[in-house]
Structures are given as C-alpha cells and as structure tokens.
Write a protein that binds this ligand. Structure first.
Ligand SMILES: Cc1cc2nc3c(=O)[nH]c(=O)nc-3n(C[C@H](O)[C@H](O)[C@H](O)COP(=O)(O)O)c2cc1C
Length: 254
C-alpha cells in the first residue's frame, strides 16, 4: 500500500458529490481539486507546449490481460510503428494486472493500493492515452472499466488528455465497446481523436493476427499509424494552446 495523499476512504465519494452540487461549498472543493490537478507534472509540462524536440508521452492501456491477446498485438504494433516512423512519440504500456477491483475498503487514510498508485502516477505524467480493448458483452472489458474507475478518483488523472482508441473483437470489430469508451470519456474529460475509427474484425479473413497475437495485417497497420498521427496532431494542438487540462464545469442537469 502506498500513500497518494489525497482522500480518505469515503472522502473521494463525498468530494465527488460536493463537486457536483451547485452549493458554494461544492465549488470550493472543486476549485481546490482543480488546482491540485492543474499543478500535476503533466500540466506543468504541457503549459510550455510541445517544443520542436519534445517527446509526446503516450500511456497505452490494454483491456486484455493475456500475453497473446489481439488487443495487446495492436498496442505492440503501435509501439513499433511509433519507434520506426513517427518522430517525437513514445508509447509505454501500463500494467493493469495487479489493479484490484475498486472497493472503498481498500482506501484507508489516504492510501491507495500500490498498483493503483503506480498506474495513476504514470497516467498523470503522460501527455495522452492510447486504448486497445476487446468487446465483452457489448462493452469494454471489466479489466478496462475497473482501471478507468480508479483513474477517475479525485483528482481525475485523465482529465483533459487527448486519447485514441482501437478495438479488436468479433463481427463489428468492437464498435459497441469503442462507443461505450468514448461515452466514458465524457465523464473522464478525455479528448478523443474522432477519426480514423480503428475497428478490427479479429476473426474475419484475411487473418489479422498470428497465433501469438501479433498484428500481421498491413492495412490494419496503416490504420494504426493514421490513428497515431491523428493523436499526435490533436495533442500538439491541445497541449501547445494549453486548451487541455481539467476544466471547471461538470455536467449540469437543471
Ligand atoms: C466474455 C466474452 C464476451 C465477449 N463478448 C463479445 C461481444 O459482445 N462482441 C464481440 O464482438 N466479441 C465479443 N467477444 C469476443 C472478443 O471480443 C474477442 O475474442 C477479442 O478478439 C478478444 O480480444 P483479445 O484477444 O485482445 O483478448 C467476447 C469474448 C468473451 C471472452
């Protein structure tokens, strides 16, 4: 267990409610946490924009845990493509395997589980996020949803970040999961690249992946590269204008 130093067991929940209320007290809490998030290393760095020699740090999140997963194959292909043919982009895969199911009982006196602290810190330090997920029961995998829940706890470590998504799944190539993720992105305040939409029909011919989950299809590789270039372009725009960062307004239901 490690200390992140933000909230107590039920503190995050009450702060979330406070944030969402229109009462003055809620605004004070919201502003305090906005300031905390804004001063995180990611935003300090992005305040200067991406200079000529700056490297865009991409945190990759895979909704599959298997070492031979197709979606891991997509992330590995993206990492290779970035290394070989996109200058100024570095992709690091975050480890979700040790992240426990979210349970407030695991948060005692400001302390989150170690794996969660590491995951949140890496997200905070990244400039943007790349997702690959299978579709499970018409949505994203539980592994991914759980990781997003932890990331959302105040301060939301994904707030304002540019993001891109790829899905490898059955007949629709994971379209339903992908749109669910984009919907969750509203709560998380992620700024998704709209196009290209990378839906990979994992089981249709021609074969897209080998038996170890490596991506072997050149058309899909080209789409992955287009997506990365789209992410780089969006991130450069947002980070250099400092338009990205936690924003004050939450949803208003009146
Ligand atoms: C529990 C479960 C539910 C699934 N539900 C769907 C689904 O709703 N839609 C779909 O297209 N594929 C579904 N699939 C298939 C997976 O999305 C597909 O096998 C995917 O390629 C697995 O990706 P991975 O190799 O990265 O784990 C499901 C698979 C499992 C195990």
């Amino acid at each position: 267990m490690a200390r992140e130093g933000k909230t107590s067991k039920w503190g995050w929940l009450s702060k979330l409610f406070a944030w969402r209320s229109n009462k003055n007290g809620g605004r004070v809490v919201a502003e305090k946490y906005m300031e905390q998030a804004w001063n995180a290393p990611h935003y300090k760095k992005s305040a200067n924009g991406l200079g000529k020699n700056s490297v865009l740090k991409v945190a990759a999140i895979c909704g599959s845990l298997s070492t031979t997963a197709n979606n891991l194959g997509l992330i590995n292909a993206a990492t290779e493509i970035a290394k070989e043919s996109i200058s100024g982009m570095e992709i690091e895969l975050l480890d979700l395997s040790g992240i426990p199911l979210l349970n407030p009982d695991l948060i005692t006196d400001d302390v989150y589980p170690d794996a969660v602290v590491t995951f949140r810190k890496k997200l905070q330090e990244a400039d943007c996020v790349l997702f690959a997920t299978p579709e499970y029961v018409y949505s994203v995998s539980g592994v991914l949803k759980n990781a997003l829940d932890w990331a959302s706890l105040s301060p939301n470590v994904m707030g304002g970040k540019p993001a891109a998504v790829m899905t490898a799944a059955g007949d629709l190539g994971g379209a339903r999961a992908q749109y669910h993720l984009r919907q969750m992105g509203v709560y998380l305040d992620l700024q998704f690249v709209n196009k290209p939409e990378v839906f990979v029909k994992a089981y249709s011919s021609p074969k897209k992946f080998d038996e170890n989950g490596n991506l072997i299809d050149t058309d899909v590789k080209a789409s992955v590269k287009e997506l990365l270039l789209g992410l780089q372009s969006l991130a450069t725009k947002l980070l250099s204008s400092r338009a990205c960062g936690p924003r004050e307004s939450f949803s208003m239901v009146v």
